[in-house]
Write a protein that binds this ligand. Structure first.
Ligand SMILES: NC(=O)c1ccc[n+]([C@@H]2O[C@H](COP(=O)([O-])OP(=O)(O)OC[C@H]3O[C@@H](n4cnc5c(N)ncnc54)[C@H](OP(=O)(O)O)[C@@H]3O)[C@@H](O)[C@H]2O)c1
Length: 277
């Protein structure tokens, strides 16, 4: 039996849709009542040990979708509890959605690397899916306001990847896990996208001129702080801009195309709202 966690998240929903109709899949979530009808579901909350003990019973392969919003100690405790419970329940293979190697400078990388190390040192077989930053995230980080994109991306670019492509890979690896044992896959997009490319694509898609006028990290920090975000979120977001702006996130070499068996979706088309798949 395959069990996936996090089924109501943006990525989890896409993965669950791909697993629909299989009789060897159970969908796990903190909100099992919100899982699409017709799929067996279980309560899985990494902060609720009883849910893990019951939820992982009889499971062979666990697709562990990272639960990444929080301070490192919170996220590490969640992932550590999930892995420990899976091992105790006799889960033979854990597939984990991590962060691309290019993301090592990001504030949220540490908890992912901790989880990877825990898996490598653990007793279950493992596969690590190192997801690049989503095209959909870039759209949020660089919104158009009054015809202008003013994100602090400098001249940096991001090898943004479609969530749909990452869901395709997660579903295919989870359903054939033994073929991917002890593999760490780098799942980044094949086109690096920056402010200038975004502005050009959005100009073309909308028919009205969109310009790119980079702001500063200090301006972004001030704006996020004014929004009243949780304190850990501000350095996460500002650090994401800084990593992109300083050229750490534009590498396009990876395993996405070979795992998909086809060309990845276009990040620019997704952001411009005209993805063809
Ligand atoms: N590559 C990127 O650009 C990027 C961007 C943002 C986040 N991420 C990471 O990738 C993950 C999935 O991305 P997403 O876009 O789907 O994020 P999302 O929509 O915010 O989903 C958050 C996910 O965390 C799960 N979760 C939260 N707390 C949990 C807990 N206590 N126990 C079990 N699961 C818990 C949720 O599952 P349920 O509520 O269904 O239980 C849900 O799947 C995130 O959690 C984060 O670690 C990656």
């Amino acid at each position: 039996m395959i069990l996936m966690t996090g089924a109501t998240g943006a990525l989890g929903r896409l993965v669950a849709a791909r697993l629909t109709g299989r009789d060897d899949v159970v969908i796990g979530s903190r909100a099992p009542e919100a899982v699409p009808a017709g799929m067996p579901s279980r309560l899985i909350d990494f902060e609720d040990p009883a849910s893990l003990e019951e939820g992982f019973a009889g499971v062979d392969t666990l697709l562990l979708i990272s639960a990444g919003y929080g301070e490192d100690d919170v996220v590490i405790a969640r992932h550590g509890a999930a892995i420990e419970a899976a091992e105790k329940a006799g889960v033979s293979h854990i597939v984990y959605t991590s962060l691309s190697a290019a993301g090592d400078h990001l504030a949220y990388a540490l908890a992912h690397r901790w989880t990877e190390r825990r898996l490598r040192e653990g007793t279950a077989n493992w596969t690590i899916l190192r997801n690049g930053l989503y095209a959909e995230l870039l759209a949020t980080l660089a919104p158009v306001v009054d015809g202008r994109i003013t994100a602090p991306l400098g001249s940096g670019r991001l090898a943004a990847v479609a969530r749909e492509d990452l869901a395709d890979v997660a579903a295919l690896v989870a359903t054939d896990a033994s073929a991917h044992a002890a593999r760490t896959y780098e799942l980044v997009g094949e086109e690096a996208v920056g402010g200038a490319e975004l502005a050009a694509a959005l100009t073309e898609a909308t028919g009205s001129t969109v310009s790119y006028e980079p702001s500063t990290l200090a301006e972004a920090r001030e704006a996020f702080t004014a929004l009243g975000l949780a304190s850990f979120q501000v350095p996460m977001l500002v650090g994401t801009y800084s990593s992109i702006a300083n050229g750490f996130m534009d590498g396009t070499d990876g395993d996405l195309r070979s795992l998909l068996g086809t060309a990845p979706r276009s990040a620019l088309e997704i952001i411009a709202g005209k993805s063809s798949r």
